[in-house]
Design a protein around this ligand. Sequence first.
Ligand code: FE2
Length: 280
Amino acid sequence: MKKLRSISQTIEPQLVLEGAGVLLRRSIAPRASNEYDPFLLFDHFAFNNPLEGPLRGFPMHPHRGIETVTYMLDGSVSHRDSLGNAGIIGPGDVQWMTSGRGILHEEMPRRGESGNIYGFQLWVNLPAAQKMGQPRYQEVKSSTIPVIEKEGATIRIVAGEVNGIRGPVTEIAASPLYMDVNLAPASKFIYPIPSGHTALAYVFEGVGEFGEQAIESVSMVVFDDDGDQIEVKSESGVRFMLIAGAPFKEPIVPYGPFVMNTPEEIKQTLADLRNGTFIQ
Ligand code: FE2
């Protein structure tokens, strides 16, 4: 008999300014307490008024010790980096960037035809043994992301598995689950998540019952880690990002765009940036 997970916390995203003045909704941010291990940060960017002024982005900045996952629903992000990569993350596309020991990159949002920009960025921790590994990318075009229809749920699988169908992003240290779940009115979604794995749901459209609790968008739901199944029901329809993964249970020391395990490693990171030895 599967045990249903209850909700341990709901988080109302806070508006923050990042990069060159980009207004974001942030639900979780890196903290030494590492409550959502292995997940560090979740940002939701939504610019819905073409008249709101000049577009700002994220000029060249470094990362070390983490993975960043960008998922766009509308508009795009053009990016380039210190490895010589450049490209555009368009609607429905995903970019899974493993910073490893170091990368410098630029991320600039662009409006789509509708005038909107809408997307998410998730940061996933790397275990100590992989923090100084080689940087790499998994670029995933919208057309290669499997879409499953299951009892009223339309599920886009970025990483993880539903009914034996796997998302395209693999070989990620936290073996995470990352899915865009769109529940039609009067339907129910049940999904197994191993007990002890961190599980979050970012509700960004509609209203749903998560366990016993009605949750209205926009809100981050944190599931209790006791239980091996989650259940979401909706009368009027709901859409959410489902995020789950195994915690590393290692101490972390976050410092801006770097997340390492000790204060010495952060000092070394800053020294590498000063000395020009940050990227190899
Ligand atoms: Fe970045």
